[in-house]
Design a protein around this ligand. Structure first.
Ligand SMILES: [Zn+2]
Length: 376
């Protein structure tokens, strides 16, 4: 039996899709008023939710624990119970003793690497080069704590600042092989993979210790296409969208059903005020309450809206983490909808502002998704 139940009209158009509850292995839950405004939309459709640490940042065991219980309380108050996986920001304070404490927490924890340069992406600049934390990385391998990487090089070997378009590829060419060789037992996840070379790095590791997550937009959006849109600033993110060649490679691997690729949408809410002005000054990160619809659209384009979609969105992530898959009766539904497929902007009343979803606009060139998530 198919893992995906698709209802069609007599012309073959999709009316609805029922599928096992997906999991999201890369989400930014923010803090304070923004967190309270957006948390429900991120939590309502997932079984497992991996929470990123770049606001604050979350860089001590105490902060990880406090953030976990705060988010759990918010979920419970809204009648939701996603299982949270927490992350700690990789800094030079990550000692083997700290890794041991993380391993003993009553919930799962990973360590997140950010480029050690301010301005590389939202919340970067607190971290350290991977070569400065070898002891911590060895302890992580020993305690089976995963390294999640925002793998972009900001400068090349000669100190030249790299253009955004080249940063991930440069890291994969010049930095990743050393990391992989020095820590053969470390489980490494390449977050938001956006280049053909990142996918090569996953494929060439026949031991399966290298995995990757994909955002929805890196599966269908090229940078030249984005730049033509009225909503381009809302698609500005790091790593930046790439060329068609890279989009094709990402979509092919994600849609192959390969166990090493999973859903991690990198949803990252920013107040609309920070998304205005010239493109290269807009805050980095896309608001994606509709990410499941976007993934379904991309898989449909690839002719892979079948069991491969379920593996990518619902099974591969939990399998990688050694967590149980969703039960067969635990499902979510997408319905055909050309009008409300992109949710309305999320109000943040305390800030007198909104958070605008990727592709939403009042102009003519609104993104057409065609499917709407039913969150209940
Ligand atoms: Zn992120």
């Amino acid at each position: 039996m198919s893992l995906l139940q698709i209802e069609r009209d007599n012309l073959g158009h999709i009316l609805s899709i029922v599928m096992p509850r997906p999991s999201n292995f890369h989400a930014h839950l923010r803090t304070d008023t923004l967190m309270r405004a957006i948390a429900y939309d991120i939590m309502c459709w997932v079984k497992y939710l991996l929470v990123m640490p770049n606001t604050g940042p979350i860089d001590t065991v105490e902060k990880v624990v406090a953030y976990y219980y705060l988010l759990t309380k918010i979920a419970e108050a809204r009648g939701l119970k996603p299982e949270l996986i927490m992350t700690i920001y990789l800094t030079d304070r990550l000692t083997p003793a700290m890794v041991e404490r993380l391993a003993k927490l009553p919930f799962k924890v990973a360590v997140k690497y950010y480029p050690p340069h301010k301005g590389a992406t939202t919340g970067s600049g607190e971290g350290v080069p991977l070569s400065d934390v070898r002891e911590g990385l060895r302890a992580m391998a020993e305690h089976k704590i995963r390294l999640l990487g925002h793998f972009e090089s900001v400068y090349d070997k000669n100190g030249r600042e790299l253009p955004h378009l080249e940063r991930e590829e440069y890291f994969m060419l010049h930095e990743f092989p050393r990391l992989r060789d020095e820590h053969p037992e470390l489980d490494i996840n390449i977050e938001h993979a956006s280049t053909a070379l990142a996918i090569e790095r996953v494929k060439e590791d026949s031991r399966g210790k290298t995995t990757c997550g994909f955002t929805p937009h890196h599966l269908f959006l090229t940078l030249p296409e984005l730049m033509k849109k009225s909503w381009a600033n809302h698609g500005r993110c790091m790593p930046t969208p790439k060329s068609q060649h890279n989009v094709d490679a990402c979509l092919e691997f994600a849609a192959s059903g390969d166990a090493r690729a999973h859903l991690g949408d990198d949803t990252a809410a920013h107040l609309s005020a920070t998304k205005q002005g010239p493109f290269d000054q807009a805050a980095c990160g896309c608001w994606l309450p509709h990410s499941l619809s976007l993934y379904a659209m991309a898989f449909k384009r690839a002719g892979a809206l079948d069991d491969r979609f379920v593996r990518f969105a619902c099974y591969n992530g939990p399998d990688t983490w050694g967590l149980p898959r969703p039960l067969p009766e635990d499902t979510v539904k997408l319905v055909a909808d050309d009008i409300h497929d992109i949710p309305e902007p999320t109000p943040v009343p305390e800030k007198n502002d909104v958070v605008i979803p990727l592709g939403w606009t009042k102009e003519q060139d609104r993104l057409k998704v065609g499917l709407r998530l039913f969150c209940d």
